[in-house]
Write a protein that binds this ligand. Structure first.
Ligand code: GTP
Ligand code: MG
Ligand code: ZN
Ligand code: ZN
Length: 386
């Protein structure tokens, strides 16, 4: 299923997105400690594609494999084992403030762990572990909506390993999965600050874009759903109600990527773009919403079928495009189709139900949150298309 060991894909530093190799990484025998040693890979290490071992006399780590590393290009810490994955995937969530990016990514990670698929998801570093633990606790146990993501600073990448447990070999195939979750405020106008530059690198370097679209910004939707549901489902303090933002965001996003990737203005971007309509749960009672028999409201078939069910995904794509067209939102779809070559539209509910008046959540039952990821895994031929 996976390609051969090491180097199936280009390996990029998750921070600066420059190419990584054994030579562009500084290895240390320990994390943090000032007395740690820099350890260079020997010729044999390079040849055998393995991590170096500290050989300093009197070092307490003598004979042990290095446990820390940093990128020579940007100086950021990276987990040494990142090099030894078979495949490298990354995605970046973009969308206006309050669109539901952080809620979505929190439930995505959780669902991936408990999907019933033969995969094991492991954090590669302490930062990722801590972020996931606090996010999951907050949503699934304390039942709060996530707090707004801090604007003005580049998001830290989450670094995950996806182990394929279905393989019979002794060495399980591994996929490195990097996730970026930015602040909507920063996506709305990417400028020229250091943080913007960093976000620009993420956008240009990532394999897939998750363009998060909040249907509750549409005037037709706002006038039809109950005000309690609307209020509970909006990050009121930071959310505007102008859907036009999505069109200008899409265009400026695309221009930004073109500039960063050196593409001419008319060229469509090859990167996969998953358009994710969030908060689907809030649309259930809309007369002009989705019909009871529509695919979008049915349970996702992908995990059960252990592959990506193309026909289901195409149906959902159609249903949402049709919904957006009925809502008069063709400008957004046109902007997407004009800029991106590989587009697929998805609909999800991260919580399964709107929060209550106090923004507390009922028992969380995410709906179809894995679909966009399954699309990406299928287009990378990591899972079959059925
Ligand atoms: N009904 C409903 N509301 C949701 C859902 N997901 C998110 N929301 C609402 O949307 C609000 C904002 O969600 P966030 O995940 O913080 O949005 P964000 O895109 O990360 O926002 P920024 O970090 O400011 O860019 C939440 O406080 C909820 O009120 C959902 O699945 N259903
Ligand atoms: Mg956020
Ligand atoms: Zn770097
Ligand atoms: Zn040492």
């Amino acid at each position: 299923m996976f390609d051969s060991f090491f180097r199936a894909d280009e390996i990029l530093c998750p921070h600066c997105l420059r190419k990584l190799s054994l030579g562009s990484i500084r290895f240390y025998c320990e994390t943090g400690d000032e007395r740690r040693h820099e350890v260079s890979p020997s010729l044999a290490d390079r040849f055998k594609k393995r991590l170096p071992v500290c050989r300093r006399n009197f070092c307490k780590n003598n004979g042990l494999t290095v446990s820390a590393a940093e990128c020579r290009h940007c100086g950021e810490p990276i987990p040494p084992q990142i090099l030894f994955h078979d495949r490298f995937l990354s995605f970046c969530a973009v969308g206006v403030a309050g669109a539901g990016k952080s809620s979505y990514l929190t439930t995505l990670v959780h669902e991936l762990k408990y999907s019933g698929l033969p995969w094991v998801l492991q954090a590669m570093d302490v930062e990722t572990t801590e972020l996931a633990q606090s996010g999951e606790y907050n949503v699934y146990e304390a039942r709060h909506c996530p707090a707004g993501t801090k604007a003005g600073e580049a998001p830290r990448p989450q670094l995950w390993t996806l182990l394929d447990n279905s393989a019979q070999n002794e060495q399980l195939p591994t996929c490195a999965l990097t996730i970026y979750d930015g602040a909507g405020e920063d996506c709305e106008h990417i400028g020229y600050t250091a943080a913007d530059k960093q976000i620009g690198r993420y956008l240009a370097g990532t394999k897939m874009l998750l363009i998060i679209f909040d249907p509750l910004l549409l005037p037709g939707v706002r006038s039809e759903i109950m005000p309690e549901v609307l209020n509970a489902s909006m990050a009121t303090e930071r959310q505007t109600s102008a859907p036009a933002n999505m069109v200008s965001m899409t265009n400026s996003l695309a221009n930004y990527i073109r500039r960063n990737c050196n593409l001419s203005p008319g060229k469509k971007i090859e990167k996969h773009a998953a358009i994710v309509l969030t908060k689907i749960d809030a649309l259930r009672d809309m007369a002009d919403g989705f019909g009871v028999s529509s695919a979008i409201l049915k349970e996702s078939p992908h995990a059960k079928m252990k592959g990506f069910v193309q026909s289901d995904s195409e149906m959902v794509d159609l249903e949402i495009r049709d919904f957006l067209t009925r809502q008069g939102e063709t400008a957004f779809l046109d902007a997407i189709d004009a800029n991106f070559k590989n587009v697929r539209v998805f609909g999800v509910s991260s919580f399964g139900k709107p929060p209550d008046q106090n923004k507390r959540l009922a028992k969380v039952h995410p709906h179809r949150v894995l679909d966009p990821l399954m699309w990406m895994l299928a287009s990378e031929k990591i899972i079959p298309t059925v």
